[in-house]
Design a binder for this molecule. Structure first.
Ligand code: AMP
Ligand code: MG
Length: 421
């Protein structure tokens, strides 16, 4: 709290993040899944390659395999066999002989190089390897030892470390596992998160609005982002601003989920029920974080789960979820720490900002006519303006002590990651 530049009583953003992460325990339960079901799970083991990829020297072309030494005596070699993908040549060959070979076929032990079929003249079993400009005016280079041969292990070597514990398995990772012949992997179990939207004014899309009502959108945004995090959602829907209703929802959510996430009801005024219920149930800190949007945020422990209390305003809910809760949830998943991309770019808008809170303004990063990266504000930064996020592709991150920004100044941007886009 001793940050020189935070407004009094506000918890600096970094301290909030650190405090929260120190209270997160990663899951330990693992399961073994066939790779066809393992997409997006967090890997619970390191994977070392059980074989060379490719597993044997093979041809990169349809053509003729030969030993380079053969061509020193004679440019015409005798074809004595074939090597096809899946049906290698099993015989023997001597100097002066060559083997017809197809792409992917195993290199015969007696050969070290391949010439593509377009560069030879085949006359029955007699195969003439050209040099110079003899073949239809085509420039032919000196044959090189090992040409058009894919060496065993040139992609992945036997024993090579391929995937790490904590990696969230992508489609490519699954393909790599398949290419290694690995059919099952050990992964950490999925997390379950309970979502609760609080507010008497909230209605679900499809319902009629009474005077003063609004449509509930936070749980829809959060559900989509949780889905991308590969976390199961238990949706508690909309809970009215009522002590008993909120308590019943929190008790039930806590008994079923690893984390309970509510939105709304954490700011001064209507926070009362949420706060009283949570004081009753667990150890929850109601923080005022020096960040904008998203000052009010609650975090702590319920008897069986952790609790994130997001502000109700849609932009604040999304930004606090993205900047704080996701970081904690990935730690809980046992996933590698998120690497978010930050760039220093020229800002082409004037930005309003008062010192005291860290700002996450919405920006559009683009390349101008001079080829420079520039960022423009999406305009009004009100915490209820969800559409400003839809138009943005990055956050303009302004440090606590920063004041207003004039067009032309450099600013830090954080590119939107896969959870927002
Ligand atoms: P609160 O944090 O409950 O004071 O809510 C702050 C603002 O966010 C109010 O304008 C609420 O109507 C709005 N709000 C709260 N929850 C939601 C929600 N789930 N979806 C959309 N807006 C919400
Ligand atoms: Mg409310």
């Amino acid at each position: 709290m001793s940050d020189c530049c935070s407004a009094p009583g506000l918890l600096p953003f970094e301290n909030a993040l650190e405090n929260m992460l120190s209270q997160i325990t990663p899951v330990t339960e693992t399961l073994t899944l066939p790779i066809t079901q393992a997409l997006n799970y967090v890997l619970a083991q390191d994977i070392a390659s059980p074989l060379n990829v490719p597993n044997h020297d093979n041809s990169a072309m349809d053509g003729y395999a030969f030993a380079i030494a053969s061509l020193q005596q004679n440019k015409t070699l005798t074809m004595v066999g074939r090597s096809m993908a899946g049906a290698p040549f099993k015989g023997e060959c001597k100097l002066g002989e060559c083997i017809r070979i197809m792409t992917g076929a195993k290199m015969p032990a007696c050969c070290d190089s391949v010439e593509m079929q377009e560069n030879v003249q085949a006359d029955g079993e007699s195969i003439t390897f050209f040099k110079g400009k003899e073949l239809a005016g085509k420039e032919q280079k000196e044959k090189k030892l090992g040409s058009h041969v894919r060496k065993a292990g040139e992609d992945i070597q036997l024993g090579q470390h391929v995937l790490n514990q904590g990696q969230q398995l992508s489609a490519i990772d699954i393909g790599i596992l398949a290419s290694l012949g690995v059919s099952e992997v050990q992964v950490f179990r999925k997390l379950k998160v309970a979502l609760i939207a609080t507010g008497d004014e909230l209605k679900l899309p499809g319902q009629a609005l009474n005077s003063g009502d609004i449509y509930e959108s936070n749980s829809f945004v959060l559900r989509g982002m949780l889905d991308k995090l590969h976390i199961d959602v238990i949706d508690f829907g909309i809970i009215e601003d009522d002590f008993e209703a909120i308590k019943a929802a929190f008790v039930s959510a806590d008994s079923q989920a690893d984390a309970v996430i509510s939105s709304g009801g954490v700011s001064v005024g209507d926070a009362d029920y949420t706060k009283t219920v949570l004081d009753d149930l667990g150890e929850i800190g109601f923080w005022k974080i020096a960040m904008k949007p998203g000052k009010p945020f609650a975090f702590g422990k319920l008897p069986h789960s952790v609790f994130f209390g997001l502000p109700g305003n849609p932009v604040s809910a999304l930004v606090t979820f993205h900047q704080l809760a996701i970081v904690a949830l990935t730690k809980m998943q046992n996933a590698q720490a998120l690497q978010r991309t930050h760039l220093q770019v020229k800002c082409v808008s004037n930005l309003k900002k008062s010192p005291g809170r860290m700002d996450f303004q919405r920006g559009v990063l683009s390349i101008n006519d001079a080829g420079e990266n520039v960022v423009e504000s999406t305009g009004s930064q009100g915490s209820g303006i969800l559409s400003s996020l839809a138009r943005a592709n990055c956050f303009i991150v302004l440090a606590s002590e920063q004041g207003k920004v004039n067009a032309g100044e450099m600013v830090a941007v954080q590119l939107f990651d896969q959870f927002i886009c």
